[in-house]
Write a protein that binds this ligand. Structure first.
Ligand SMILES: *[C@@H]1O[C@H](CO)[C@@H](O)[C@H](O)[C@H]1NC(C)=O
Ligand SMILES: *[C@@H]1O[C@H](CO)[C@@H](O)[C@H](O)[C@H]1NC(C)=O
Ligand SMILES: *[C@@H]1O[C@H](CO)[C@@H](O)[C@H](O)[C@H]1NC(C)=O
Length: 393
């Protein structure tokens, strides 16, 4: 978890490094030409991934909202392909922190089978090629329904520097993606109805189960039970799109150049919310928002598992802002002014882990308080800062 100084450092790097590829960043294309592989490379991909593309005809019914979902799905899958490609290279090249020595990795020691799965690259590269197929397939749908236009990948910068942090991060982004697919199913059902949605729900169900298998494997590698909770946490497209911005080098995404309607992926990018320090089960959670907060009109909402979102009051523990004294006009000294753009608010809030039984993915957001939040979409619509992404057990 980031400390104050590492956050400041990261911010500094973001400003200095915009658009510049750092040593740890990753850009496409892959050796096989992906995201635009040749027919021949595609066939090889099927074999390596262990299954063909669908030979079903394209969906008969689609709309702009569905196109937004599939553009975002492609955007997300590109990030996953980039990550697994880089992870495999780090392991293969025995990068410092990625040497899979059992003595260095106690949790690997405890499960020989898992070590072998990791060491035997075909399994790892199978995860990767499956993601390549998901991405290619999603972009194919975008092409088909948007007159031949593609989604292009970005340059990525992942917050990991060893095998353990890489696997923990893989679990988190896979859980986030599972949450997104649940929301895409919801949108599909709502927009395409009973005559149009079944074939798309069918394909989404196939992808959802597959991502669940992957997340279970990442959890096992960390010594956690493969399945986190009876009903997995759902997310929203807005939460997914906003959170993914953290792992791209600013200015490198051709299709995410604006926010909302100005972007090729017409979804908002919400202001971030960060967890400060470590999250211990039940207790106070500290969150940091890059702007002002109002504990009278705002709340923290948690999304986890099958429960309706939990909404709790928070306390402001610290507000930092750059303030100055206004100019003197005549004999009057203008009052102190404070720049709201530079405000950073730190808040604390209860984290009801035991009471709610919050295993697996939890999404937290600072929201404008309102009527009962029923589903994650109610939370993301009311979000002022978020999501903060938490995985405890
Ligand atoms: C690969 O290793 C580099 C160098 O340590 C690191 O910057 C990068 O985040 C790693 N990527 C993955 C996916 O593990
Ligand atoms: C499955 O993929 C292989 C490899 O690309 C291809 O030769 C075969 O024709 C495909 N089968 C079907 C039924 O599409
Ligand atoms: C993505 O961005 C590229 C470059 O601006 C553009 O050519 C392409 O049409 C965009 N794709 C979509 C689906 O809008």
């Amino acid at each position: 978890m980031p400390t104050t100084s590492s956050v400041i450092l990261a911010l500094g790097l973001l400003c200095a490094g915009a658009g510049v590829a750092n040593a740890g960043t990753f850009s496409f294309p892959l050796k096989n030409g992906f995201p635009f592989p040749s027919e021949r490379a595609l066939e090889e991909l099927f074999v390596r991934a262990g299954g063909n593309f669908t030979n079903h005809p394209p969906a008969v019914k689609f709309d702009d909202d569905s196109l937004t979902s599939w553009k975002l799905k492609t955007f997300n899958e590109f990030m996953e392909v980039a990550f697994f490609t880089q992870l495999i290279a780090n392991i293969t090249d025995r990068v410092l922190g990625y040497e899979l020595d059992p003595e260095e990795e106690p949790y690997i020691l405890s499960t020989l089978k898992a070590i072998q799965a990791v060491r035997r690259l075909p399994i790892n590269s199978r995860v990767m090629t499956q993601e390549e197929m998901h991405a290619y397939n999603a972009n194919d749908a975008v092409r088909f329904f948007s007159g031949g236009r593609h989604i292009y990948p970005c340059t990525y910068d992942f917050p990991v520097s060893d095998f353990a942090s890489a696997i923990a991060f893989a679990q988190t982004f896979t859980d986030m993606y599972i949450g997104l697919l649940i929301d895409i199913q919801w949108h599909t059902g709502e927009h395409l109805g009973s005559d149009g949605s079944p074939p798309i729900l069918y394909v989404l169900g196939q992808a959802l189960g597959q991502e669940g298998q992957q997340s279970g494997w990442f959890r096992s590698l960390q010594g956690k039970p493969p399945s986190a909770e009876p009903f997995l946490t759902a997310s929203t497209r807005e939460f997914a799109f906003s959170w993914l911005q953290r792992w791209v080098v600013p200015g490198t995404c051709p299709n995410a150049t604006g926010t909302g309607a100005e972007s090729d992926i017409p979804l908002p990018i919400l202001p971030r919310l960060d967890v400060v320090g470590e999250v211990r089960r039940t207790g106070r959670l500290t969150l940091r928002a890059p702007g002002p907060v109002d504990p009278d009109t705002m709340r923290v909402a948690y999304v986890n598992g099958a429960l309706m979102p939990t909404v709790l009051p928070f306390e402001v523990s610290h507000v930092s802002r750059s303030c100055g004294v206004g100019e003197r006009t005549g004999k009057f000294q203008m009052p102190l002014w404070c720049d709201d753009e530079d405000v950073v608010s730190t808040i604390t809030v209860d984290f009801p882990f035991e009471n709610n039984v919050m295993h697996g993915l939890t999404l937290a957001a600072v929201v404008t308080n309102g009527p009962t939040f029923m589903v994650p979409a109610d939370v993301s619509k009311a979000t002022v800062y978020g999501p903060a992404v938490i995985e405890v057990a």
